[in-house]
Design a protein around this ligand. Sequence first.
Ligand code: GLY
Ligand code: MN
Ligand code: MN
Length: 441
Amino acid sequence: MERAKHFARHIAHVQGIYEQALATLSEEAQQMDAVLIHSGSEGIYFGDDRHIYFQAFGHFNHWVPLNRPDQMVLIQPGKKPTYFQVVRPDFWYDQTVHNEAWWADAFEIVSLTAPEQVVDHLPATRRIAFLGENLPFAAQIGMPSNLHNEKNLLNYLDYYRGMKTDYEVGELREANRIAMLGHEAARKSFFEHGSEYDINQAFLAATSMLETDSPYTNIVGLDRNAAILHYQYKQRDNGRESKTLLIDAGSVSNRYCSDITRTYTRDDSHPVFRAIMEGIERLQLALVDHAKIGSPYKELQAAAHDGVLDLLLQHEIVRGNREELSEHNQVSRLFFPHGIGHLLGLQVHDVGGFFKDDHGALAPPPEDHKFLRLNREMKQGMVFTIEPGLYFIPVLLDPERNSDLGKNLNWSLIDALIPYGGARFEDNILLGEDGPVNLTR
Ligand code: GLY
Ligand code: MN
Ligand code: MN
């Protein structure tokens, strides 16, 4: 009941964004009377007859919470949105759709048995913008090619995806709740000497997820593998002597993602590694409190580098003049080479991270932080991650062993810490009216 009420408000809000986009852009750029969003079509692997796992287009899921190919939604100003629900007669796959009232009531639903039948139900206007990947299909149903993924419209919609409705926040909160059940099971498995495979299975079982439900490939790294940022394997025999676990794993609720990282190490691990891990968690929590409506998100990136450098100096991993070492974050970047976070929503790295405004003016990442995926002013309703880390990554450190910069590094200590991999903590943060709200803890 509660969800139905929030969803109805969500749809009314998104309808308002689309109407505003059509009105503004029709005046300034391109006349458009309606928008048809296609969820996408299934692909097959090259030279094979097997389907690639399907993932619906985010802007389709902004309306309809279903992960199904060849569905469409039509948005027209002043009208209830139409969901063209395509259910093919098929004896190979289950095509059943459950139209649950909480979301289905928000739409005029038109049932079709093939996607091209949509032409019989479109409004008379020729000025319908088509959003979706399958442009041959758009052409087939007569959508004008100058309005295929019209750039100004997409920019406008991407920009507003950054700010979440109460319904979306509820789903993100639920995705966090589910993922934390998995993180607790993973922690337990690690301390019982589970392998990466065991830990991953424990996460999936506790969240009741299939691997294909995951919003991204779970990162489950023991020891040195914790220093491979997107480590993708799960070894089956490496739990007995393990020292550290870094697990970055999320869940979903009605297509909304969570993205959470935790690090654990054993009591008898190197005391400096333990201290660094605890220091990164403290830094992460402090950075959450820095998030403020109206401030640039990139300030969190700068604060994270300051915090990482402080830890490196405090534990004498790095020695020297703080001011010199902090220039261009040249030292901290060796140990913290990624961005401090990103927008989160229907995609784990959600769209709209690089806009100055809703007119498509870009704010690319700063030169010194090219992996930063969010470079906007923080606004009320945004949901983003905050995920500082400190790693001992041989690929980055080795070239500095004989460099000028490397003279400041305490190599014997670094060599003792490399086997522990690294540490990251990542939570999902809503910027609410009264400040940051941690959806994870
Ligand atoms: N899980 C990928 C990331 O944290 O961005
Ligand atoms: Mn993340
Ligand atoms: Mn993550």
